[in-house]
Write a protein that binds this ligand. Sequence first.
Ligand code: SIN
Ligand code: MN
Length: 292
Amino acid sequence: MQLSPEQLAQFDRDGYVFFPGLFTPQETQVLNDCVPALYQRREVYNVRERGSDAVRTNFAAHLVSAPFARLARHPRMVEPVAQLLGEAVYMHQFKINGKMAFEGDVWQWHQDYGTWRNDDHMPTERAMNVAIFLDEVNAFNGPLMFIPGSHRQGVVDAKHDLTTTSYPLWTVDKALIAQLVERAGGKHGGIVSPTGPAGSMILFHSCLVHASSCNLSPWNRVSVYLSLCAASNHIRRFQRPEYIAHRDFTPISCLPDDCLLGELPVDLPWLHGLPASALETSADDITQAVTP
Ligand code: SIN
Ligand code: MN
């Protein structure tokens, strides 16, 4: 799937493009059916909400679940990202965020590239976020909030927030958020929330400032977040475990468009458990540049 000139212009201007209902209910169902079993596992890759058993984020399902492995190589998702970055891409991070009914906690205002730069030493912002809704996202179940055009600020100041939620993040302070929202139109479009049916997809720039509030509704808001990075822009430091920031920089090759509905064989290297190396971390940069 390729983006039209209008979509490319929209991405440049706003920092995101929204595709309501891009995946069919049947395709979404195949993915959704796998989530409870993944969330049940008592594994390090399931990060639970503070003071609750609800899963906040599940990492690396594409290495343990065949349907998610197929999604990670889906042309409707990968091709537009490669088009925008002008290069083959690899999977930097793969998560299934729960934002469960009554339990899902906030994600503070942040830019994803802030964390990738500070923690993983990703050289530039040439990486992209993709959100795919597995549940309907509405005004009540904690939709993503974007500040349109904020990606054009580049990397903004951020602080390492280790306390307000169960997952560490580099977050942007309130005064700067207020300024950015004002600059983007204040009450008239300074914050937007793409909402829509399960199967919808959002592509958003790694410097787009975003957040989401907690989910007090009775509806889950499970979404997959895939972070794809230009292959030459791979991370240089393995300070976070591999299930959070991947170290396999092999460019993704796409499967056929109907792959979610079939049984195409896929590699599931972590199916029987994480290798010990996936938990090893280092504060040093890798010494040799990897040329994928
Ligand atoms: C994220 O920003 O990485 C997640 C936000 C959300 O799940 O709402
Ligand atoms: Mn984010």
